[in-house]
Design a protein around this ligand. Structure first.
Ligand SMILES: [Zn+2]
Length: 205
């Protein structure tokens, strides 16, 4: 069921209707887990270690970061520039007088994580809202493959002669009131700012 729901939501069109909702982001507590999850999702897993180290510090040189996270300097610079491209870090460069080369000093931009999470939540909210409208407009009108390959409306089910085009099983009529309840509770959570940073959909239907 989990996979089915992921499929359901990932295939939903993303309409820009979220402005009618007020997301109470000020309620949200930015935990370390949320920070790491967001950074991992946007920049990649290899950046998490650097953020773990950089999180509560300011203006740390690339050499020191490489030393502390025990990685090659070129690899660390590559990750730092990726983070920079997503506005997750800021930096400045300074010439080292003795060595004669430039050193960059990096600071984590925590504010940006909130923005990213806020954006993700608005997108989720828009998707769920579209799905909810579709479900509400088609109560009792859905047919589902027992293997969850497809889920179609009545007319399409007739076209297919009630057979799944993927696996050939007979499509079952589906009561979608649980789906509607699930979507409503999910929307409520998002509007209250509870689900911020939680990318997983709990399979409750
Ligand atoms: Zn099937």
């Amino acid at each position: 069921m989990q996979e089915f729901f992921n499929h359901l939501f990932s295939s939903a069109p993303c309409l820009k209707e979220w402005d009618i909702y007020i997301i109470k982001t000020n309620k949200m507590k930015l935990t370390n887990t949320k920070i790491y999850d967001a950074v991992k999702e946007v920049v990649g897993e290899d950046s998490v270690k650097i953020i773990e180290y950089l999180k509560d510090k300011k203006n740390i040189s690339d050499f020191k970061i490489a030393d502390k996270v025990d990685r090659d300097i070129h690899e660390v610079r590559n990750i730092l520039y990726r983070l920079y491209n997503c506005n997750l870090v800021t930096y400045y460069r300074k010439k080292d007088r003795q060595k004669g080369w430039y050193i960059s000093y990096w600071t984590f931009n925590k504010k940006r994580v909130k923005e990213l999470l806020d954006k993700t939540n608005k997108e989720k909210l828009a998707k769920y809202t579209v799905r909810l409208r579709e479900e509400e407009a088609n109560v009792g009108n859905f047919y589902l493959c027992p293997n969850a390959c497809v889920r179609v409306g009545f007319e399409k089910a007739v076209d297919l002669e009630y057979r799944c085009p993927e696996c050939g099983n007979i499509l079952n009529h589906q009561d979608n009131t649980k789906t509607i309840d699930f979507l409503r509770s999910k929307i409520k959570e998002l509007q209250n700012g509870h689900a911020i940073g939680n990318g997983r959909i709990k399979g409750r239907a």
